[in-house]
Design a protein around this ligand. Structure first.
Ligand code: AMP
Ligand code: MG
Length: 347
């Protein structure tokens, strides 16, 4: 079924923006789904307390129903309404990192709709910092379930144009707030265990968290130890995939060049996603430079745009550089490993 998708163009006039927010909020209160910018990626929002509204998110995205959604709030008091208790560690994390790209998994009191939590006894909550996201949340007065606003399996949208490509005709509206800043999704931390567990690396780094709380561990499933089932159900699905197969190259620059030349010699149409440092050394037509190795926040900001750039009609294989895994590099490499169809290691 196709529905009419309203697109609210980007506006700098505050009066106009106020109207956009009112219109978007009215649709959301009416159990419709609307995409809006957050500081991480564009989110696809719906009333988190209403099962029928949330079902529309799963239908529009084609998302598996056992993958729970993150609930977004505009006020701290809304957290109390969704959970049975707030552990001390969660209070500390909220004080330090909210509003911002950190999601906390907390014990649910089941006020969030059953399909938001995929039937779990926990609920994942965050407060975004993007002014448009916050204004929409405040205007609705509702907690909003808001996964990334892409078709399931595709790279997350970092621009309204990406949302339009994936969801035009499937959702009630898209609020264009321009490109998002962080570019990768929030960090998800389970606060229901004695020692908090990072279930998904993201915009807030492990190093940032360790400054605040003495012990935090990473879900062993993230380290590729596949005998462990990921505790975050969504981490097991294919994600972030570009149209053409992505090969992740782990090695030095010379190794990367060899892989590229070998494929070109075979007559393959190859595209490259790389840092400025590597891109500037390559003599090749299809190269997308996505920031510096020295500034991984730049790479995070450009990553999904780069993954969406190449069409399968033009390109047979995309070669992508591996990035250092410190700071936000952990999130970048987590997404690239999930997007990759092949990993090619030098050693
Ligand atoms: P997305 O909404 O696409 O950004 O994905 C949300 C991420 O949070 C997925 O990896 C989910 O599996 C994870 N998540 C959401 N709710 C929970 C929960 N209650 N427990 C553990 N992980 C969760
Ligand atoms: Mg997503």
């Amino acid at each position: 079924m196709t529905i009419k998708t309203q697109l609210w163009q980007r506006t700098d006039a505050s009066g106009e923006l106020d109207n956009v927010i009112k219109e978007a909020a009215a649709l959301l209160r009416n159990q419709q789904v609307v995409a809006f910018p957050t500081e991480t990626v564009y989110g696809l929002g719906a009333d988190a307390t209403n099962e029928a509204a949330v079902r529309r998110i799963f239908e529009a995205k084609g998302r598996p129903s056992d993958n729970p959604l993150i609930v977004h709030v505009g006020e701290r008091s809304q957290v109390d309404e969704l959970v049975t208790r707030i552990p001390d560690v969660a209070e500390k994390l909220m004080d330090q990192f909210w509003p911002g790209p950190l999601t906390l998994v907390l014990p649910s009191n089941h006020k969030a709709a059953h399909n938001v939590t995929a039937g779990l006894d926990t609920v994942a909550i965050r407060m975004p910092s993007d002014p448009i996201a916050l204004a929409i949340l405040k205007e609705t007065g509702l907690p909003l379930a808001a996964p990334s606003a892409n078709r399931s399996g595709r790279p997350s949208p970092t621009d309204a144009e990406h949302v339009y490509q994936d969801l035009n005709g499937r959702i009630a509206g898209i609020v264009d707030g321009g490109p998002t800043g962080v570019g990768v999704e929030s960090t998800v931390i389970d606060c229901t265990t004695e020692i908090p567990i990072i279930l998904r690396p993201g915009g807030v780094t492990k190093e940032d968290v360790e400054q605040l709380i003495p012990r935090v561990i990473i879900d062993p499933a993230l380290a590729g130890q596949t005998e462990h089932q990921p505790k975050s159900p969504g981490m097991k699905y294919t994600h972030y995939a570009p149209e053409s197969p992505l090969w992740l190259i782990e090695g030095d620059d010379e190794f990367f060049r060899q892989q590229l030349e070998a494929l070109k010699d075979e007559g393959q149409r190859v595209a490259v996603i790389a840092s400025h440092e590597l891109a500037s050394q390559l003599n090749h037509e299809h190269v997308t430079a996505c920031g510096s190795r020295e500034h991984l926040a730049e790479v995070a900001g450009e990553l999904y745009r780069a993954l969406r750039h190449y069409k399968k009609t033009d390109i047979d294989v995309i070669l992508c550089e591996s990035f250092p895994e410190h700071g936000v590099g952990a999130a970048i490499m987590n997404r690239l490993r999930k997007a990759a169809t092949q990993k090619i290691k030098q050693y």
